[in-house]
Design a protein around this ligand. Sequence first.
Ligand code: PHE
Length: 567
Amino acid sequence: MKLLTTGAFVRASRSARLSLRYRASSNNTYYLGIRLASRVARAKLPEEFSIESSRPDQRHDSQATEGQITLEEQDDSKSAFKRALEAQQTLNKVITQSGFSGVKFRNAAFVFDETSNLSPSILDLVGRNLYDIPNHPICITRKLIESVFAQPEFINHVAPKPAVSTRLNFDVLGFPEDHPGRSRTDTYYIDSSSVLRTHTSAHQHAAFKHMKNIEQTGYTICADVYRRDSIDRSHFPVFHQMEGAKLWQLQPHPTEKLTRYQMLKNRRSQMSQDIEKLPKHGLEIIDEAGTFDPKTNPIQAEHDHPEVRMMATHLKRSLELLVNRIFSAAKEAGVGNPNAQDEPLKIRWIEAYFPFTSPSWELEVWWQGEWLELLGCGIVQQPILNEAGLSDRVAWAWGIGVERLAMLLFGIPDIRLFWSTDKRFLDQFHEGKVTKFEPFSKYPACYKDIAFWINAAPAGATPLTAKPDSGLAAAAGGDATKALPSETVPSAFHENDMMEILRDIGGSLIEDVKLLEEFVHPKSGRKSLCYRINYRSLERTLTNEEVNQLHNEVASRMSSELGIELR
Ligand code: PHE
C-alpha cells in the first residue's frame, strides 16, 4: 500500500473529472456515523446522526463497527480495496492500491470514483478539531456563542465527522439540482454521493429529528466545514461554522381538548413572552431587509403572519445580542471596533436567499473598508421540519462563520493564523479569555504574476468575471460564476481549480491571489488572464529562491493540469 503523490492525484482527479457527469445523489446511506449527543435517552437513533454533545464528558467514542458500508457486490476488487481501507490505521490520507484510491475518515472509508476531487492538502486539515482545543481562539469563540444560546433552552452539539451524504448536505435542505453550491469546482466530493460538508446545515435534519426526544427548544451545532474557494485573508478552504435553531411547538393541553386555533394563540403568546425575556441592547443597526417581501423574500404559504413577525423579531434580536456580546468582549480586550478609529460600529441586516429558509436575512459588519458577511438566517422551510417529524413546530435558524467572529473578537488579521502551530500564536490565548492578538512580526511579502491564455468557454458556460449574485451564492458555498454540477464539458477555466493547485504547492505561504487583468485578443478571440499571487509566511521571511521555486512549480502544474497556455 502506498500513498499517492500529490501531483499524480490531482492530475488523475482532473482528467477523470473531464469525462464524467455529476451524478445526483440517491438515498443510499454510505455511512452511518451514528453517535448520540447529550444526556437524553439514546433510544432510537435518527438516520445518519452524526452530531454529539459539545461537552466532552458526555461523548462516547466511536467504534469501528459504526461505519458500516454497503459494498457493491458485483465489484469484488473494489470491495476488497474497501475492506483493506477500513482495516488500516491511517486516517485522512489518500491510499492507493490495485488501481483504486480512497480515504478513511474517523467514521468510514470511501473509495474514490470519477467525482472525487479531494486533494492531499485539504485532507491534511481534516480532524484537527480546533473547536475542541480549550485554549484555541476558535474554541473560545464557540464557547462564547454557546453562552448566548445556552442550556437549558438550547442543547449544544459538535459534529466531528465531516464526511456527509449529498442527501443531507443538499437534498433534504431543498437545494435545486443546479444550485452552484453543488458544483465540483466549489465543493469537495469524496465520491458521487458524499462530500466534505459545506455547511453545518448538513446536520440540521438530524438535529431536528433529535428535538422530538428532548426538553430543549433549541440547539447549536459547531463543526469544521469545507469549500473550494479563493485565497485571501478572510477565506480558507476549511473553516468553522455554528448553526442554531429555536423551535416553538403547538402544545396540547394535558387534560382539555384544545382547538388548533387555541393552540396557535398559545404559541403566539409563548413567542411574545420569549421576546420579552430577551435583554435590550444599545447597538445601532441598519435594517435594510424588513421582515419580508412578497416577491423577493416571501413568508411561506402555510405560515401565520403574526408568528413569522414574532419569530423574525426574536431571531434578529437574539443575533444582535450575540454580536453585541462579541463586540463588548472585544472592546474590553482593547481590540477596538473593526471600523476606522472612533467611527461607530456599522452593522446591517439585508435580504438573503437560502433554499432552506424563507424569509431569509444576512447580517453584515463594516470591516476594513467592506461589508463582511457574518451570518445567514431565516424562518425554517416548513417541509424540512415536517420531514423531521415536527409538523407541530415552527422554527428559526442561523449559521455563523466562527473565524469571522473570532477575527473581530481577537483582532486576528489573517484567517491562516488559526491553523498555525507556532507557539507565538497559540500561547497568546487562554480558555474563557478574550485577549488582543499581538502580531509577532510581519514578514515581507513577495508577489509574482502569472499570465496565461485560456481556451474558449463552451456555449452556456457562465462568464468568469460575473459577480456572484444576490445571495444565491451564499448558501453552502457556491459561486454562481462557477460550473454547474451537471456540466459535462468543462468550462475553459475555473478559478477554484487554480486555487487548489496553489494550496497544494504553497499551503499557507500564499496570502492572497487576485485577478489583475483580463482581455480578449481582438483577432484570435482568445482570452488572457493575469493573476497576482502574494507569497508571505506568517512565521518567517521567505527567501527569493524559495518563492521562485514555488512559483515555477505553480506555472508548470497549471499548464499541465488546467489546459492553459502560459504567456
Ligand atoms: N448554511 C448557510 C450557509 O452556510 C447559513 C444558514 C444556516 C442560513 C441556517 C440560514 C439558516 O451559508
